[in-house]
Ligand binder design. Structure first.
Ligand SMILES: [Zn+2]
Length: 263
């Protein structure tokens, strides 16, 4: 089916119904994900989530010689049920962003694989109890090289992780029956009001989709969301907990993988 703007941008009723059946007692699922493992998240996001009894996914980037000290607080975050995810060590983005010549355009698949596995070794030490892992693509990018030699590193992520989270077009969630778990789409939340975040979750989960929200900071200086807006969203999710399943990326991916193996 082709998209014809203005004609068929809406998910058809039979697709909505079959998606909603997928989730059992819920109409859809939502995951709250946080990238980069920042001090701001430890200070602002984790306490609010814990107060509201909502568990999230934190994609941590354990870099530096002192990573064991700097990232030690994440052990306590994992201990209360939050998912810790892999966000690589070097966080390699397109070189064109900052004008450097060692970005994704100039890297090989082997280099990306080595960086991801080195991060995973550290994360396994940090959170040894966690059995299954998911990955978040740094800068949402999934490629190395350029032009005719450009390659996707999604197959690498598929080899090592239950799921990989990228980002996609605004306003679309993940269809649980079709989505490639190695490249699920998140929606960046920066600068959104609480009402807009709630609207997105309400609409997309009622289409029977899995909505992954991507946060960086709360009341922070970069890619931020206000704490009032964040709390509005958490209140809404708590109030709707019997209808909308809020769970870490790994838990939703696990359910999707298990159900699809039976289909
Ligand atoms: Zn990042």
């Amino acid at each position: 089916m082709n998209f014809i703007p203005g004609k068929n941008w809406f998910v058809q009723k039979d697709v909505v119904n079959s998606n909603r059946e997928f989730w059992g007692p819920y109409c859809g699922a939502v995951s709250l994900s946080f990238d980069d493992g920042t001090a701001n998240q430890l200070e602002k996001a984790v306490p609010l989530l814990d107060e509201m009894g909502i568990v999230a996914t934190f994609y941590v980037q354990p870099y530096g010689d002192d990573w064991q000290t700097v990232y030690a607080p994440w052990k306590a975050v994992a201990a209360v049920g939050h998912e810790i995810g892999n966000h690589s060590i070097q966080h390699i983005c397109p070189g064109s962003y900052l004008g450097n010549s060692d970005g994704l355009e100039d890297r090989t698949l082997d280099e990306i694989e080595a960086d991801i596995l080195a991060a995973q070794q550290r994360l396994n030490q940090l959170v040894p109890h966690q059995q299954q892992w998911t990955f978040a693509y740094p800068c949402y990018c999934q490629f190395v090289g350029k032009g005719r030699t450009r390659k996707s590193y999604v197959p690498l992520v598929a080899k090592y992780f239950l799921a990989g989270r990228s980002a996609g077009e605004y306003g679309f969630g993940n269809n649980p029956r079709i989505i490639d778990l190695a490249c699920v789409r998140g929606i960046p939340m920066e600068r959104m009001s609480g009402f807009e975040m709630i609207g997105l979750v309400e609409e997309l989960t009622h289409q029977g989709l899995w909505v992954i929200l991507v946060f960086h900071e709360i009341d922070g200086s970069r890619l931020t969301v206000g704490s009032y807006d964040f709390l509005l969203l958490l209140n809404y999710l708590q109030r709707k907990r019997d209808l909308i399943w809020t769970a870490p990326v790994v838990d939703v991916a696990k359910l999707i993988a298990a159900k699809r193996s039976l289909l």
